[in-house]
Design a protein around this ligand. Structure first.
Ligand code: OXD
Ligand code: MN
Length: 605
């Protein structure tokens, strides 16, 4: 393997220099490479991975500047059961997280990392989450022995010398240590995707009190790109609690009316509910425009004007490929037309990529995500269901002009949602901030059982943060509630619960979804502007049938009736289920949420 001389830039100073030295002593790499974040460095690392078999260069006429990687079959997704929050006490991590004693876990990490990078290059990545001049920008240094991680982090974060300069000027950094956990003995041949294949030996570990991150054994996605789920959600949520802001699993979009009025909206949905699709959708209603500021993470703070301001700490999209098509998300397809890294999709004979539900015919043959010859007739999926594209956000045709604004954008609405085949209406406006926090805490997603019409399995995923909240979720609810005391409530965004996934008795979706979801966004914006009607019900303010713009949509009246119905029996079950999900928090659950639950029960009669 080609390595870069172990050399440090002149600008590196203590404590960074001392920490990198300490990590090198522990991990014993063959070389150290300080990443400058340049295009030349990116290209040479891609080249190195092509030589090494990790990357396949795609046909430049079809996908200029694009590469395909195939992971080890054991290393294809986040590993929640191996993800740990090592706060001082178990209570601080709360009942929804895996807790481990921090001192013990540090010892385990030191054992794991001793010699872990032998025979490999240790890359040092100075990166920033958020525009450098944002008041809540956070700087990290990731140490990694994976060039795949380096190039993905260059797309997903602000990376390189400019960040190092800030550290040298005195900025603090969050240490993030990563190894694929596959040291090489002298003369040992490497493999295209080194990792620790035994799931029990993978560790994704967070020390929120340091704060620091240690990730061992996986080279994939949220396990390895430490700026994303580890820093920007788990660590940032805990730092944000201390500093008085919010780190959220939310997209940010701007809906512009035909008259040019902008409405900035943040929305939290559990995984697999179409967050990326909504973030950059093409509205089905003439004159309305959606532009995107982010598809996965929002950092939200109170502005001096008393409003909530949101910014996207990332610079790229790490999107799920299967299901991304000209119908579901033409703008994501355009974003990954060039300069994109694909992982675990099908390689076509003409050097392009393909995945299930791409909306174009499958190639007659190809190479599947495991590197084997594949045909559509094989009955096997060609792309892994969690295969990904890593694409620069700036390439999205509908990227919002304010997406890199250090101050962020002022939110007028916050949406929660999930895949809910029954009970939950198309749109529901909270009566108050507390009611809105209650809605967020009751977020969940339901899978339909194989047999049509049968109720599915509901997983509660409060605020879509179940896998990502870095501290006790009861305290997280309290933090959300506290904003009503910290500002004029009239300046807080209005809160809505939306559901595109309601099904009728025949099992079919009642609502068309995709671009037609803009009709619901339009109603929300008109509510905020005071021009749309609503009906006050026991569960919240629902659209009146006439207040939704359904022009040009052939929606049966019965569908609309069901979409806007208050299913009292269903809501009683919902209440029981939410109460059950609250029980695990014991006395720590804020009383305001119990009051919301009781009030809802009472209103339903
Ligand atoms: C993601 C996730 O990858 O939420 O964004 O799992
Ligand atoms: Mn996500």
């Amino acid at each position: 393997m080609t390595t870069v001389a172990p050399e440090q830039p002149r600008t590196a100073v203590h404590p960074l220099k001392a920490w990198v030295r300490e990590m090198a002593d522990l991990c014993q790499p063959a070389a150290i490479h300080w990443c400058d974040g340049s295009e030349a460095e990116y290209q040479s690392l891609c080249e190195l991975m092509v030589e090494h078999g990790t990357f396949t260069r795609l046909n430049p006429e079809k996908r200029p500047g694009c590469y395909l990687a195939r992971s080890h079959p054991s290393d294809v997704a986040r590993v929640e059961e191996r993800t740990f929050i090592c706060s001082r006490t178990r209570e601080a991590a709360g009942p929804t997280n895996n807790w481990a004693d921090p001192a013990e876990m540090k010892r385990t990490m030191h054992e794991r990392f001793r010699g872990a990078m032998r025979g490999r290059t240790m890359y040092v990545l100075p990166f920033a989450m958020g525009p450098l001049d944002s008041p809540i920008c956070k700087i990290g240094i990731q140490i990694t022995d994976s060039p795949y991680v380096v190039v993905n982090m260059r797309i997903m974060t602000r990376l390189g010398t400019v960040v190092l300069d800030r550290i040298n000027a005195g900025a603090a950094f969050i240490p993030c240590v990563h190894s694929v956990g596959a040291p090489l003995a002298p003369g040992q041949a490497d493999v295209p995707w080194p990792c620790e294949p035994d799931p029990q030996k993978k560790y994704i570990v967070h020390f929120p009190d340091d704060p620091s991150i240690w990730s061992y054994g996986s080279g994939y996605g949220g396990n390895a790109l430490l700026g994303k789920k580890c820093l920007a959600l788990r660590i940032a949520s805990s730092v944000a609690k201390r500093e008085g802001w919010l780190a959220e699993h939310m997209l940010i979009l701007c809906l512009t009316s035909p008259a040019g009025k902008k409405h900035y909206v943040a929305a939290a949905f559990p995984s697999a509910c179409g967050k990326t699709n909504l973030a950059m959708m093409q509205p089905a209603i003439p004159g309305w425009r959606v532009t995107t500021l982010g598809d996965d993470i929002a950092w939200i703070r109170l502005g001096q004007d008393g409003r909530l301001w949101a910014m996207n700490p990332e610079t790229g999209f790490f999107g799920v490929a299967p299901g991304t098509s000209a119908q579901s998300n033409p703008n994501a397809l355009a974003a990954c037309a060039k300069n994109t890294i694909f992982t675990n999709v099908v390689l076509t004979p003409d050097g392009d990529v393909w995945w299930e539900d791409m909306g174009v015919p499958a190639p007659a043959s190809g190479i599947d995500w495991e590197g084997n010859p594949w045909t559509p007739a094989s009955g096997k999926k060609g792309a892994h269901p969690n295969s990904r594209f890593t694409a620069p956000a700036a390439q999205c045709p509908v990227i919002d002009p304010a997406w890199e604004n250090p101050d962020g954008v002022p939110l007028c609405a916050i949406l929660f949602g999930g895949r809910r085949p029954a009970t939950i209406p198309l749109a529901n406006e909270a009566f108050s901030w507390e009611h809105g926090v209650f809605m967020g805490s009751a977020c969940g997603s339901e899978t339909t059982a194989a047999a049509l019409g049968q109720a599915g399995v509901l997983r509660r995923d409060p605020f879509a943060m179940l896998p990502f909240c870095g501290y006790n979720m009861a305290d997280y609810f309290a933090h959300w509630l506290s904003f009503a005391q910290r500002t004029d409530r009239a300046k807080l965004p209005k809160v809505y619960f939306v559901n595109w996934f309601r099904r009728g008795a025949n099992g079919k979706f009642l609502w068309p979804g995709y671009g037609d979801n803009a009709r619901v966004l339009k109603w929300i914006c008109e509510r905020i502007d005071g021009t749309a009607a609503a009906q006050t019900t026991a569960i919240g303010n629902l659209p009146t049938p006439e207040s939704l713009d359904l022009a040009g949509l052939d929606l049966p009246a019965e569908n609309l009736r069901q979409l806007l119905d208050v299913d009292v029996a269903g809501w009683k079950k919902e209440i029981a289920n939410v109460a059950e999900s609250y029980a695990k928090f014991g006395d720590r659950l804020p009383a305001a949420l119990t009051r919301q639950l009781d009030a809802l029960r009472e209103r339903l009669g």
